[in-house]
Design a binder for this molecule. Structure first.
Ligand code: BG6
Length: 487
């Protein structure tokens, strides 16, 4: 592919996401020769940094985290970096801030390049940023905007943000990022499903008992309370990452691999989700919050700049849901979703559990399972029953037929953000969420949130480092199922 000629403006450019994900991803793109010599990365923040300060910061904080084999490539990368100070709380509206004039001057004369505004900032800044950018005259026909998740905190706020952004950027210029869609295994799920013939005949309620989509994390939320108190696991992870995975598992085969066909099919899945509210929310959802565990503080005692509030006590750091897709293919198949912080292992996976054999002639078998692992090591594992070697009675044991990406393809697995940033530069929105998708997801999430909020009950406590609230186990145990926990 030809290297990309672009000006990338990152709002929130010195924040956690930029420093941990975006800058390293862009460095990798540069190292791989995918950025044209003139491509620039312009961070905007309140930081008051000169270009040289920002380059120094990236040198100090990022260099150690990426493999720098060639110091010249690193120096070239640092040379692409610029910093512009804008104060979003400046008197007289943002556009009045001198930073906008500086940005306009820096960009002027480069209207022929792709211009990308990456908003790595809280969702309430999206609308104001876009308006200011237009007022500053920096939005060109070749401009695109990238919006980080979550878009809003419920359907209404999401619609408002989409409207505000939509006044400046048309839908095809708007890239709503969900970095899970850039993960190798997630893209491979589409290939697995739609480039192989053997799965499709069994990919339905006749053969599949249930699906588990589980993203467990060992990290807590130190230093993130300001964001997390008003987000929680449902908004931070389920509304976007987990529902996107569910869509890819459940969608019908699209007719084409193009930007609209795949997204059209995903929306249909979201629209088919059975609504959960009221007493059903009590039965089919679980929310928890971690308390102190061995060597780990509870959520309320995590280091933060402000003391915990009523919102901190209410927010869930763990969520589990029994979802259902009401259509011909999936009727009656539970989709169990689970995510949480401070759990014993960091693992993201989709587990498709098949039904048991109709009649078993051997003792001790267990149903087949297809495990699509996104983390820690990306791979696909199909658990088949096999005979334990030996001369005595036939003994069965599940053995995995495994595809480990790192060893099957002796190449580096790129980070999700690399792939997605390159897609934005190439103008390919297939792996980004369309407005109707985001809104359909909120439409399903809202009644769950409303029920939780109305209940007045705090989330169920679980000790940090434990397997989560007991009710999450019961959610499956009452139908004789269990979360897939093996290594
Ligand atoms: C982010 C969430 O979107 O995804 C974080 O805001 C979470 O809370 C992260 O930790 C998980 O991403 P990954 O790629 O590490 O699974």
């Amino acid at each position: 592919a030809a290297p990309h000629r672009a000006d990338l403006v990152v709002f929130g450019g010195t924040g956690d996401l930029a420093m941990r994900k975006l800058i390293p991803a862009l460095y990798h793109c540069d190292r791989d020769g995918l950025l044209a010599p003139e491509t620039r990365i312009i961070a905007m923040s309140r930081g008051g940094l000169a270009d040289s300060d920002f380059r120094g910061k990236v040198d100090a904080e990022v260099r150690g985290a990426v493999p720098v084999e060639d110091p010249q490539v690193w120096a070239r990368f640092l040379g692409r970096l610029h910093h512009i100070t804008v104060d979003v709380s400046a008197e007289g509206g943002h556009a009045a801030h001198p930073g906008w004039g500086e940005l306009a001057a820096l960009l002027s004369g480069h209207e022929d390049r792709d211009r990308i505004f990456y908003l790595a900032s809280p969702p309430m800044t999206f609308g104001p940023f876009c308006r200011d950018a237009r007022a500053a005259g920096v939005v060109t026909p070749r401009s695109r905007v990238v919006l980080e998740k979550p878009i809003g905190r419920d359907l209404l706020s999401a619609q408002r943000i989409n409207d505000e952004v939509g006044e400046i950027f048309a839908e095809p210029q708007t890239y709503r990022i969900d970095h899970y869609l850039g993960k190798e295994t997630v893209q491979n799920l589409l290939v697995l499903r739609f480039a192989n013939a053997f799965l499709e005949p069994v990919w339905n309620s006749l053969w599949i008992d249930h699906v588990q989509i589980s993203v467990t994390e060992t990290v807590g939320t130190p230093g993130r309370r300001g964001y997390y108190d008003h987000a929680g696991a449902l908004r931070d992870m389920v509304q976007n990452h987990l529902l996107q995975l569910l869509c890819l598992v459940a969608m019908e085969p699209p007719a084409r691999n193009d930007r609209e066909s795949i997204r059209d099919e995903k929306v249909k899945v979201l629209q088919a989700l059975r609504p959960i509210s009221g007493t059903e929310a009590d039965r089919f959802t679980v929310r928890g919050q971690y308390t102190e565990g061995p060597g780990m503080p509870g959520y309320l005692d995590e280091p933060a700049s402000t003391p915990p509030t009523a919102a901190s006590r209410r927010v869930e750091t763990f969520a589990a849901i029994r979802a259902e897709v009401r259509n011909w293919r999936w009727a009656g198949v539970p989709f169990y979703l689970r995510t949480g912080k401070r759990l014993p292992t960091r693992r993201s996976e989709i587990v498709v559990q098949f039904k048991d054999v109709p009649h078993s002639i051997f003792p001790g078998g267990s149903p087949n399972r297809l495990v699509l692992r996104l983390q820690p090591s990306e791979g696909i594992h199909l658990h088949l029953m096999a005979k334990e070697p030996g001369t005595g009675e036939v003994a069965l044991r599940p053995v995995p037929l495994s595809l480990d990406f790192a060893s099957a393809f002796a190449s580096r697995v790129p980070d999700a953000y690399e792939r997605l940033l390159l897609d934005v530069m190439a103008g390919n929105p297939t792996l980004f969420m369309r407005r109707d998708e985001v809104e359909a997801a909120w439409r399903w999430i809202d009644p769950i949130l409303a029920t939780w909020e109305a209940s007045g009950m705090p989330p169920e406590p679980y000790p940090a480092g434990s397997a989560g609230p007991a009710s999450a186990h019961e959610l499956l145990a009452r139908s004789g199922r269990a979360w897939h926990e093996e290594e």
